[in-house]
Ligand binder design. Structure first.
Ligand SMILES: Cc1cc2nc3c(=O)[nH]c(=O)nc-3n(C[C@H](O)[C@H](O)[C@H](O)COP(=O)(O)O)c2cc1C
Length: 191
């Protein structure tokens, strides 16, 4: 193998394509966000924290900063065109509130997308400013899933059919086949 240095290019792709929902100026606004982070694993009294990185000039930031609540929705491949659209136009100029049917959960200002296979509502825990970006760290409050996307009691990735995002090639991808089992397959090398 001959590996070459391609400068400090972020190689953490694919990432999940999500749509973040926030109430801005009295209406739901939707923004496509691929820079999402899993910050920990909920444990005991410590909740699950998830991060989203938004450029501070986006319209959505106004609502998240005001209400301190937002949603993260996982669209399926069927929703690719609307998902891309939500990432092409700004709520500052175009009303995106009717792009998706709204579902409300426990939080008053975390509008969710009724047609997404999976949606999460979050309470803002902290904000980290990195240059022009605001990294919103949310505490996960509830997760809603379409029953048909469950196998047994577990969310089934194949049924959710998420949209993967590659920033390096500017492409969307879908998931492939299951190839193994974590914490099991490595046991083959245990002495
Ligand atoms: C696939 C995709 C992923 C995106 N991911 C991000 C992201 O992680 N962070 C960000 O600030 N903007 C991201 N964007 C850009 C915003 O979605 C876009 O600028 C949007 O129009 C802003 O909407 P708003 O001004 O209504 O909030 C992404 C766009 C696309 C198409």
């Amino acid at each position: 193998m001959n590996r070459v240095n391609i400068d400090a290019k972020n190689g953490l792709y694919p990432s999940l394509t999500t749509i973040v929902g926030a109430d801005v100026k009295g209406k739901p606004n939707w923004i496509t966000i691929a820079h999402v982070g899993i910050l920990n694993h909920a444990h005991g009294d410590v909740p699950q924290y998830l991060s989203i990185g938004l450029h501070s000039n986006h319209y959505s930031n106004i609502g998240i900063n005001e209400h301190k609540e937002f949603s993260i929705n996982i669209p399926s491949q069927k929703m690719l065109v609307a998902t891309d659209y939500a990432g092409l136009v700004t709520g500052e100029k175009v009303d995106k509130s009717e792009l998706f049917e709204v579902a409300r959960g426990e939080l008053a200002h975390a509008p969710m997308i009724a047609d997404c296979p999976l949606s999460m509502e979050l309470r803002l825990h902290d904000t980290v400013v990195l240059g022009p970006h605001e990294i919103f760290i949310g505490e996960l409050v509830n997760t809603y899933i379409d029953e048909t996307c469950l196998t047994g009691k577990k969310p089934d990735l194949k049924k959710i059919d998420p949209i993967l995002f590659d920033f390096m090639a500017h492409e969307y991808w879908s998931i492939g086949e299951r190839t193994g089992k974590p914490w099991r397959d490595g046991k083959a090398l245990k002495k």
